[in-house]
Design a binder for this molecule. Structure first.
Ligand code: NDP
Length: 290
């Protein structure tokens, strides 16, 4: 039976470290690190992510504010808002919660954010630095996974890491981070066109599932003793729950638990780490800006 990797507990430790750093920053700089989260429209999952991010930031001694705008906000108005935040000396981190409504071009928005305040790590300048192995603001979800592996003592050097999913926010940066010197994994990235996926996932010492399909990774796709990181957050209908749904990952948890060496739960695995790394990025951005 696999060991459970407790993302919630590890995230709490990261958040405590950030709180210490934020207190020291306040002493030195005379202000708290500042985070602005921009939420456009009423997307239900986005609303709950944004609430969790703002609450966690406040608890860590970060001055966080959520800027809510209507779903029909124009792209020009959003770009003006971002320009204002870029120019505001009290703001260290800017996060525009994705997805955005159809009338807004996500790429243009990401490019408009000052790379020094890009706490999501999505700006092309930061992505380029990541690929080059330079220090930068790293995308929160993959950075959180690396931190979780490190704090759980999972050996990454020479390990075969198989990432299923090639999105810009999870799969691709995950691959770049695992390749980095000091982490030194051998990396394979799979996607919807990959042939005979199970034959590849079965080779993984570390398997990262970032697919967006409930319980897609089954026990026969996992090598005995592998570390399985489940990034997926999927809502599936469940009438026994008051809210009418429950959250499941991309991994068939109960069955894979029997095969894997270690596994992250959903919820309580990667999700809390993503938020913790956002706080860490905000503190890092504040320190660099002074
Ligand atoms: P995307 O939809 O952007 O990417 C999904 C990837 O999975 C794509 O690369 C796609 O391949 C691949 N894929 C889809 N179907 C298959 C298949 N049958 N076989 C192999 N690969 C497949 O999703 P994201 O990366 O944004 O998110 C993935 C999941 O992680 C979601 O459930 C999301 O909610 C969750 N998430 C969780 C976070 C957290 O904090 N825990 C943060 C971010 C995301 P192709 O490119 O060929 O289409």
């Amino acid at each position: 039976m696999a060991q459970l990797i407790d993302g919630k507990a590890i995230a709490a430790a990261v958040r405590a470290d950030v709180a210490g750093g934020a207190a020291a920053f306040l002493e030195d700089a005379g202000r708290k690190p500042g985070l602005r989260v921009v939420l456009i429209g009423e997307h239900p999952a986005s609303q709950s992510y944004v609430r969790a991010k703002a609450r966690a930031a406040g608890e860590a001694g970060i001055e966080a504010e959520t800027l809510r705008r209507p779903a029909d906000l124009s792209q020009d108005d959003l770009l003006t808002l971002i320009a204002d935040l870029n120019a505001d000396p009290a703001v260290d981190g800017i996060l525009v919660q994705l997805p955005l409504p159809d009338q807004i071009d996500e790429t243009a928005v990401i490019r408009a954010i000052d790379p020094a305040k890009d706490v999501d790590g999505f700006h092309p300048e930061n992505v380029g630095k990541l690929v080059l192995g330079e220090e930068t603001l790293e995308p929160c979800t993959p950075a959180g996974i690396v931190e979780m592996l490190r704090r759980s003592g999972v050996e990454t050097s020479g390990a075969h890491t198989v990432v299923v999913g090639r999105s810009n926010i999870v799969g691709k940066p995950m691959a770049s981070l695992m390749l980095r010197r000091g982490i030194d994994s051998t990396v394979t990235v799979c996607h919807s066109r990959t042939r005979d996926l199970p034959s590849i996932t079965r080779q993984a010492d570390i398997l990262v599932a970032a697919i967006g399909r409930p319980e897609f990774v089954t026990a026969d796709m996992v090598k005995s003793g592998a570390t399985v990181i489940d990034v997926g957050i999927n809502r599936v209908e469940d009438e026994t729950r008051e809210r009418g749904y429950r959250l499941v990952g991309d991994v068939a948890f109960d069955a894979v638990l029997e095969v894997a060496g270690a596994i992250t739960p959903v919820p309580g695995g990667v999700g809390p780490m993503t938020i913790a790394m956002l706080l860490q990025n905000t503190l890092q951005a504040a320190r660099r800006r002074g």
